[in-house]
Ligand binder design. Structure first.
Ligand SMILES: *Cc1c(COP(=O)(O)O)cnc(C)c1O
Length: 304
């Protein structure tokens, strides 16, 4: 592929007396440093989709997302970088005349937006709906919401190749579960994978993740207690954690996904979930664009 953002990836070990006390080692895989917009796991979910779209001669990519979707922004930036056009189907009309920062970024990168009702959006996987979309955009290669298709999961399997030996646990934040499934399929079963769901009631994802796993009984667990009230919800405790974390380690976390996972990891260490000598790798999946609504509360500029 002509453009590869992956060269910036590295693992950063972080040190703190708290980890020493518990005899835990903690590393962070910095996928957030890939690219300011096509950051983190989104690139991995898109790369084989873009590859297929281009090799099959499609002129554009079309995908789906909400008004704050990191996936829409990443698609816009990646399509832009590869020189194909793109269309974003946006859930609901609320942001149509008052674009969110994410949607404005999409438009600036050349994405054409089409707003549809929430009821229509719920039909986005139905064959009749997709047929209508194909008729309206005949030259578009269609990627489902969140990049959650076969190509998307295959791309996230590649993240595993950046994981150094010796980790006993891998922690990852979950939206659709595509990244989690792909990585679980590629990492040895001796490593326990912990998936921190970003939304309230994340237990519902268990069945669809199982379906995407080569071995549903592989060593994995969903952790559903750290949603802070729901998807993209936050409180003073979370914001304080983000600022303190940045202060200590100079690593920016996003408010929707990675801060909640990292808070959960600290809390689980505190509660004795891990054993002495465990080595935890936390995946920094990026998403820093999502901090726009809380930027006045943060002591750091997300897009570094
Ligand atoms: C989209 C996103 C996720 C969730 O990825 P899924 O594959 O949908 O589970 C996690 N972290 C960040 C920062 C994201 O933007």
């Amino acid at each position: 592929m002509a453009i590869d953002f992956q060269e910036n990836i590295h693992t950063q070990r972080i040190y703190d007396p708290f980890f020493e006390t518990h005899e835990i080692e903690l590393g962070i895989l910095r996928l957030d440093e890939l690219h300011p917009v096509v950051s983190g796991n989104k690139w991995f979910k898109l790369k084989y989709n873009i590859g297929e779209a281009i090799s099959k001669g499609y002129a554009s990519m079309l995908t789906f997302g909400g008004a704050h979707s990191n996936h829409l922004a990443a698609t816009a930036a990646a399509a832009n970088a590869f020189g194909i056009s793109c269309i974003g189907i946006v859930r609901g009309f609320h942001a149509k005349n008052n674009l969110t920062e994410t949607l404005r970024a999409c438009v600036n990168m050349g994405m054409e937006l089409q707003f549809i009702s929430r009821a229509d959006y719920d039909q986005k996987e139905a064959p009749e709906f997709l047929n209508a979309i194909c008729k309206q955009f005949p030259s578009a290669y269609i990627v489902p919401e969140g990049g959650n298709n076969e190509n998307g999961r295959r791309g996230t399997e590649d993240i595993a190749s950046f994981i150094q030996d010796g980790y006993t646990h891998v922690a990852l934040s979950i939206g659709t579960g595509a990244t989690f499934s792909g990585m679980r399929n590629a990492i040895p079963d001796t490593v326990e994978m912990l998936g921190f769901t970003a939304m309230k009631g994340g237990e519902y994802l268990e069945a669809s993740i199982e379906e995407s796993l080569k071995n549903p009984l592989a060593n994995w667990k969903l952790i559903t207690d750290y949603h802070f009230g729901g998807f993209a919800k936050h409180n003073a405790i979370l914001i304080d954690f983000m600022n303190t974390f940045y202060d200590k380690f100079q690593i920016p976390l996003d408010m929707v996904y990675t801060s909640k996972m990292m808070y959960g990891i600290f809390d689980l260490i505190d509660k004795g979930y891990f054993q002495k000598g465990n080595k935890i790798l936390c995946i920094h999946t990026g998403g820093l664009l999502g901090n726009h609504s809380v930027r006045h509360l943060l002591q750091y500029n997300s897009i570094s």
